[in-house]
Design a protein around this ligand. Sequence first.
Ligand code: NAD
Length: 251
Amino acid sequence: MTRVLVTGGGSGIGRAIAERFDAGGWEVWVTDIDADLLEGAPRHWVTHVCDAADEAGMRDVFAAVEAAGGLETLCANAGIAGPTALIEKVDLEDWRRCVSVNLEGAFLAAKYAAPLMKAAGRGSVCLTSSTAGQHGYPNRAPYAAAKWAVIGLMKTLAMELGPHGVRANAICPGAVDGPRMEGVLAREAAAKGMTREAVYAGYAAGTSMRTWVEARDIGEMAFFLASTAARYVSGQVIAVDGHTENPDPKP
Ligand code: NAD
């Protein structure tokens, strides 16, 4: 059996990634900061309550993974949207927490997964970035900066791990229908003086396919990247976004 670890797997995209690997017959390990969400995970998943940005906690999780026999796929997915504000209104503490969860969380997961995968001589590291990291994102500078940095992290992982048979890629989801974006929609509607529906429609209008993405679409891509069909795919930034042409143009 092959083993996958998904951070932030208690809900949303991480949960969908975990479900896809489960359906594919993998052994699923999931971490999340929210114990209640993990309570709702299937009983046969291995769950750990852990802040992705907490090094001691992440070290313990990966020690348990190593004791279980190692890891074939890491999906470093935990992330938060951070503050909704123009740059001059962003508090340093909010900036730091957003960058910490999104970037340091990915770094810590990769740091502790890398030795396990190098020892095995194979593996797939899949980081969840965002179209915000590719294009920028008005009112969300710390998030866009962190997600751009996640791409730099991934490119470097691909270089460092490739000679050991380990691949690294980043998925950039577009706007995904789900609980997190409801909060984002509400905050953006308030910040811009728009209705929630108008903000929602604006996101869809910014894509070629005029739709939102579903979390399962990200699960499918993460699963493909872990498969032998993707055995020569590494160092890539893969948008699953219906082709975002003009993300959120209205600050
Ligand atoms: P979500 O809020 O539905 O799920 C995120 C999960 O991560 C939650 O279960 C939450 O409890 C957990 N989490 C939050 N902070 C954590 C921490 N410090 N340590 C461990 N777990 C933590 O959000 P989502 O939409 O599923 O987002 C998942 C990833 O996808 C994030 O990295 C996000 O930035 C990225 N993303 C989301 C969208 C979108 O439209 N929803 C678009 C692009 C990228």
